[in-house]
Structures are given as structure tokens and as C-alpha cells.
Design a binder for this molecule. Structure first.
Ligand code: PMP
Ligand code: GLU
Length: 398
């Protein structure tokens, strides 16, 4: 039959993080020794007590459809976590659990954005934000902040981007792809701007909150000036090494949570019963595992920064959160390998994959051409081998 794909899907970009990871898995299957620094996911297995809770859930027959917004016991556990860890007070009814923070984000965008509504996104930004806004036919307003600003926008920049059509600001801290973390003071300065614009929803993607190496983090939901219009996005993927379980949530104003609930009820229903029980154990059990993994990521951060800053052509900063390094590579662009020109950061990422067998992600996927992203959520040994290979491959460019 005639192939007919909707304009909506045709105009979507494929997820570059997932595509690069897939490519590296394919090469690995062919026997190539690829080091995968592309996808961002903890390399640790899910902690044992969480896996036990999932097994028990099966034995206890948690095998039926779940309530669309998630089990009440899980939403209560999340509300308690938000109060205790983040100083954010929400009722369980304001929480909708979905298939990962990814679905939670997309739910909120689809529920809140009309065609033409403007959504301000500081860039570099995680691959899926822009595409989700496109799905909702919203208009993305990018606010660029480069390595010279430690990848953080200023209050003046934010104020300058706001128009009467601004419906949402999407802030991710600690950031994917840069590892930048806004201090409580920096957040306060942005909040002061947002407080003057009561029509704006503030979406706070806090999924990396526990992977933080600097001053304690403050949740955007804890600022009283804007608390009634903050949507917190979070989940178990990163803090508890549970990417495959697919549990994330939004904590939103009640009117918006109800709309999200309606949307999810027609779209996917409640997320997996077993995964929800595992997530509940993650939130209510010992938090020692979170700190153990955080310490490992911090050690790897130090290692990758030390090694990468010795490689000519890579300009790096010292990220204070998440598990990404986002080197600027413009000094390498225009160089040649044989007669092949490395014209873009995309060419460079491909060159590194083919010649160094190290998978990275082109910064262009994060609205930041001229950079590449390295995920250091891998062993110290892999980090050392990868940086050695990258250094050797870049030295071959002329
Ligand atoms: N937000 C950010 C910034 C992320 O890096 C990710 C990881 N893919 C997500 C949301 C989604 O995470 P998940 O769907 O696994 O909960
Ligand atoms: N957050 C991860 C990344 O950025 C997971 C992949 C994805 O969902 O994009 O690599």
C-alpha cells in the first residue's frame, strides 16, 4: 500500500541518544570492541531490596491493571519523599506516575501546550524536549548558554525571552547533557523573574537531583513565589539505577494533574504493577544505595575531567552534577582525516565511533552543535580506555 506517515511523526527527529546507543550495540554484536559513552544510564544493577520487592509483587498477585495515575501507596511515598527531601508539599492526587520521566514530561507538555504556545528551553537541552514540544505544536524558544557560562542562563536572558505567548519554561538541573547545576541562589534569581509572569508554568526536570557533587540542591517546587505553578518531573531511573523499569512521575497543580490523568487514561493506562511496587520500595527503603552510586559517579567525574582536559582540541569544564561531560570541539572542526574533512561535531562523533570505537553523541542533538556529549556512567577502566582512544584518534587529524 502507499506508505502514509502522519506529518506529526514525519517531522519528529529520532532520539539521537538512543540511535547512537543502538549503533554501538550493533557494532558490538559484530565483534567490534566499542566503548559506549553515548546513552546516559547508570551502569549499576538495580539494588537487591528493590528487585526483591518486584518479585514479591508478582507472588502477591499485583498483576492487574493499575490505577491510571499509579497506586495510591506509591503516590503517597512520592509525596512523602517530596516533602522530606525537597521541602515540597503536594497531595498524592497531584502526582501522576507514568512510564518513565519521559512519558511524564510528554504528558504535561501535551496537556498544557496549545499550537503556537511558546516554551522556553535553555540549551544545550536533552534531546526529547524540543521534539515533545513539536508534537504539541508548540513553539520552542531556545535560550543558549555555552561552556563559557558553565552552560547556565542568566535572569536577564530569561526575562528577555518572555513574551505574552510564553506558556512554559523547562529547566533541567542537574542538566543533561552538560552536568551543570544551578545553585539555590542562581535559582532564586530565575524565580524572581518568573514570579513577575504568573501565566508561565515552570517545568522542573529534577531526575538527576541525587547525582550532585556540589552544594545541596534546591527544588524549584520549594520556592513559595511560584510553587503553585511548578511541575516537578522525576523518577527512579537515575537515582536507583532503574532505567528499564520505566517509572517516572509529574507532581503538578491539581488541575493539570487531572488533565494528565485523562490523557494517560486514553493513551497508556497506569504503568506496570510490578515496576510500581519496585519503585515504592526504592522510595521507602534505605537510601544508602543512592549515595554509594553518587560517590562512584563523582570519582568518575574527577577521572574523566582530568583525562579529557589533557586532550588537545577538547575544551572542558568541571560539571557538578549528572554523569555527562560536554566538551566544546570547535578547535577540531575543519581538520582532516586523510582527505575526509571533519566539518561538524556530528562528523566528529562519527569519526570517533569508526576510528576510536568510542560512541559519543553529537551536541547538535542537544541544540548545541560544536560540542559532543560523553556519558561517564561506566567503569573507571572504560573511561581510561575511551579517553586514551579518543586522544589517539584526535592526534591523527591534520
Ligand atoms: N529527563 C532527562 C533530563 C533525562 O536525561 C532522562 C533520561 N532519558 C529522562 C528525563 C527520562 O528518564 P526516564 O524516562 O528513564 O525516567
Ligand atoms: N537520558 C538518557 C540519555 O540522554 C537516556 C536516553 C534517552 O531516553 O534519551 O542518554
Amino acid at each position: 500500500m502507499e506508505q502514509h506517515i502522519s506529518d506529526r511523526v514525519q517531522s519528529l527527529a529520532a532520539s539521537a541518544t538512543l540511535a547512537m546507543s543502538q549503533k554501538s550495540a550493533e557494532l558490538k554484536a559484530q565483534g567490534v570492541d566499542v566503548i559506549n559513552l553515548s546513552v546516559g544510564e547508570p551502569d549499576f544493577p538495580t539494588p537487591a531490596h528493590i528487585k526483591e520487592a518486584a518479585k514479591k509483587a508478582i507472588d502477591d498477585n499485583f498483576t492487574f491493571y493499575t490505577p491510571v495515575p499509579g497506586y495510591m501507596s506509591l503516590r503517597k511515598a512520592i509525596a512523602e519523599k517530596l516533602l522530606k527531601e525537597n521541602n515540597v508539599s503536594v497531595a498524592p492526587e497531584q502526582i501522576v506516575v507514568g512510564n518513565g520521566a519521559k512519558q511524564a514530561l510528554c504528558n504535561v507538555i501535551l496537556a498544557a501546550i496549545n499550537p503556537g504556545d511558546e516554551v522556553i528551553i535553555p540549551t544545550p537541552a536533552w534531546v526529547s524536549y524540543v521534539e515533545m514540544v513539536k508534537l504539541a505544536e508548540g513553539k520552542v524558544v531556545e535560550l543558549p548558554a555555552g561552556i563559557e557560562n558553565d552552560f547556565k542562563i542568566t535572569p536577564g536572558q530569561l526575562e528577555g525571552a518572555i513574551t505574552p505567548n510564553t506558556r512554559m519554561v523547562l529547566l533541567c538541573t542537574p542538566s543533561n547533557p552538560t552536568g551543570a547545576v544551578y545553585t539555590p541562589e542562581e535559582l532564586q534569581a530565575l524565580v524572581n523573574v518568573l514570579a513577575r509572569h504568573p501565566q508561565i508554568l515552570v517545568m522542573a526536570d529534577e531526575i538527576y537531583e541525587h547525582i550532585n557533587y556540589g552544594a545541596p540542591i534546591r527544588s524549584l517546587g520549594s520556592f513559595p513565589e511560584i510553587a503553585d505553578r511548578v511541575v516537578i518531573i522525576n523518577g527512579v531511573s537515575k537515582a536507583y539505577a532503574m532505567t528499564g523499569w520505566r517509572v517516572g512521575y509529574c507532581a503538578a497543580p491539581l488541575w493539570l494533574a487531572k488533565a494528565v490523568n485523562k490523557l494517560q487514561g486514553q493513551y497508556t493506562s497506569g504503568c506496570s504493577s510490578i515496576a510500581q511496587k519496585a519503585a515504592e520500595a526504592a522510595y521507602t527503603g534505605s537510601q544508602e544505595c543512592v549515595e554509594e552510586m553518587r560517590r562512584a559517579f563523582e570519582r568518575r567525574r574527577d577521572l574523566v575531567v582530568e583525562l579529557a582536559s589533557k586532550i588537545p582540541g577538547l575544551k572542558v569544564n568541571k560539571p557538578t552534577g549528572a554523569f555527562y561531560l560536554f566538551p566544546e570541539v570547535s578547535a577540531l572542526l575543519g581538520k582532516k582525516f586523510g582527505d575526509k574533512v571533519i566539518a561538524t561535531s556530528g562528523d566528529l562523533a562519527l569519526y570517533l565511533l569508526e576510528q576510536a570505537h568510542v560512541a559519543t553523541v553529537d551536541g547538535a542533538a542537544f541544540c548545541a552543535p560544536g560540542y559532543i556529549r560523553l556519558s561517564y556512567a561506566t567503569s573507571d577502566e572504560n573511561i581510561c580506555r575511551a579517553m586514551e582512544r579518543i586522544g589517539a584518534a584526535l592526534a591523527k587529524l591534520s
